[in-house]
Design a protein around this ligand. Structure first.
Ligand code: ASP
Length: 345
């Protein structure tokens, strides 16, 4: 019997799993079951590695809720057998996917590390090897017999982040992600240093893993800009079956305080649509009522999203809308930290 941790790599697609065909110069997906052949260094890690690949790997631009469930079902089926999971997706929508997965799993006691790369694994200058190797190391890191990390994270370019705090910030640099409102959980340099005090405390081991597979997709992200018209806002807020809106506002949660705007948003809220206010800024917090231009939003029942990211807000909205909560309870849950995604007031 081996006591090495067992790690499962779940490959869904994205650049990381591609190699260059040197004859044609084109990128193509490679057979992920032969990952150890591509990265022989993996054999040196002090853990057992297995991998499962989507039958048809996807570009993460095609990610959707059905694929979230596919990822969850792979983890659910293999939860007992493995000590940690590394999920590979394209980086484009990784912040959305990993945020959603964090809400859909409750009482998680093992690490789920999302990673990917800007360059394919077969490229000479690739960032894929470091991202993958360190993600596996993190997933396999234990203290005593317990995993060091027991939450959903995203690892990229030497930093481990809480997944639901991340945003993709660059389509060019290896440092493709940022987490402006919560510090990195670990940094990889000469040593792999965990910031233990920032990690989610593990839940008691007798708590059963709960996986929720239903999200409500009748939602929209409405980004304000100077010049946006009443027609546009009215059209969006009258989408049939619309249940939730992430309203991307300016600065500390500010929006036009003109009657036409407030009346349209109020009408939506009165009809039962949940409206959450998230700032367009990459860092900082919504403080409703701090400026005159957010007092009106507060008065009509817009929910302040505090310092949650848009990616996490849309996932949390889709998750909570399925719970059928009354307006006050919905607001309370939205503003409460469920998976470390928001700094409670
Ligand atoms: N377009 C790719 C994707 O998100 C980019 C990447 O893999 O990082 O699937």
């Amino acid at each position: 019997m081996t006591s090495k941790p067992n790690i499962l790599i779940v490959y869904t697609g994205g650049t990381i799993g591609m190699v260059k065909d040197y004859k044609t110069n084109a990128l193509r997906a490679f057979d992920f079951s032969r990952i150890i052949d591509k990265i022989p260094e993996l054999a040196q890690l002090d853990c057992n590695i297995e991998s499962i690949s989507f039958k048809e790997p996807i570009d993460s631009s095609n990610m959707n809720v059905r694929y979230y469930v596919d990822i969850l079902e792979i983890i659910e089926t293999n939860y007992r057998k493995f000590d940690g999971f590394v999920v590979l997706t394209g980086s484009d929508t990784m912040a959305y996917t990993s945020s959603a997965i964090s809400f859909m799993i409750e009482n998680l006691q093992k690490p789920i590390i999302f990673t990917g790369s800007q360059l394919p694994i077969g490229d000479l200058r690739t960032d894929a090897k470091e991202n993958l190797i360190t993600s596996i190391e993190i997933a396999a890191s234990q203290k005593g017999n317990a995993p060091i990390v027991s939450e959903v994270c995203l690892y990229f370019e030497y930093k481990l982040y809480r997944a639901n705090r991340t945003t993709k910030i660059s389509a060019e640099q290896f440092e493709a992600f940022a987490s402006k409102n919560y510090p990195a959980l670990a940094e990889s340099g000469v040593h792999l240093n965990f910031n233990g005090h920032l990690l989610t405390k593990p839940t008691f081991s007798d708590k059963k893993l709960i996986i929720r597979k239903k999200l409500i997709t009748d939602v929209v992200i409405l980004k304000l800009f100077p010049g946006i018209t009443a027609e546009v806002i009215e059209a969006i807020l009258s989408i049939r079956n619309l249940k939730g809106v992430v309203l991307e506002t300016y600065g500390a949660g500010n929006a036009p305080n003109k009657p036409w705007f407030l009346e349209l948003v109020e009408k939506a809220i009165q009809s039962g649509i949940k409206v959450v206010n998230v700032t367009q800024c990459s860092g900082g917090s919504v403080i409703l009522g701090h400026y005159d231009t957010s007092l009106g939003l507060k008065a009509i029942g817009v929910i302040g999203g505090i310092d949650i990211t848009t990616e996490s807000a849309i996932a949390k909205l889709m998750y909570l809308l399925n719970e059928d909560l009354d307006a006050a309870t919905f607001k309370r849950y939205f503003q409460r930290s469920l998976r470390g995604e928001i700094s409670e007031k």
